[in-house]
Design a binder for this molecule. Sequence first.
Ligand SMILES: [Fe+2]
Ligand SMILES: [Fe+2]
Length: 201
Amino acid sequence: MNGILIESDIPIWRAAKPWLDVRSNDEHTLISYRLGRALLRAHPEVDDRIVLPAILLHDVGWRVFPEELLAKAVGPAAKYPELQRAHEIESVRIARTELNRLAAPNIDIDRVIAIIDGHDTRPQAHSPEDALMKDADKLWRFTAHGIDKLCIWFETPAKETVAMLESYVLPKLLTETAKTMAQAMLADGFAIAWMQETLNL
Ligand SMILES: [Fe+2]
Ligand SMILES: [Fe+2]
């Protein structure tokens, strides 16, 4: 995992991983983790021992629900929007159990849990750590992997998906750093989507 996980987070990743084998949550988590590290470099005052463990464990709760419902839990035409809150509650429960079991030093479990709780449903951040975790989570959607997944879940073509990211997700990012990173990824997303459409003409 050289280049992705820092040493002290490897046990947390190992604890999270068995819960992440649905809806590409393992890849989503690692990509968000790396995006989180980039955000932390631009915000050295923010506590990485809160942000990074919260990223690794924030979505462990999805696995509790039947897989066929998961793709329809998010997005503009979500059929099961109640799963948004339900997966946060399950993530809190599982993350607390795993963090207690690991008894990792230098981690304030209550602060990590407070961020996981509401990471999708609470629009405002209650701390700078919360803001960076929320932005790292949402920034994944702008990556090539995120766009591919959203196109499948929402059943929308890439052009529509990137336009949705620009108009609905970009304004929800909480830090200027994340907005700049998202704009850079949108340059790629729009160009690729446009090329795909042109090839189909
Ligand atoms: Fe989530
Ligand atoms: Fe997530």
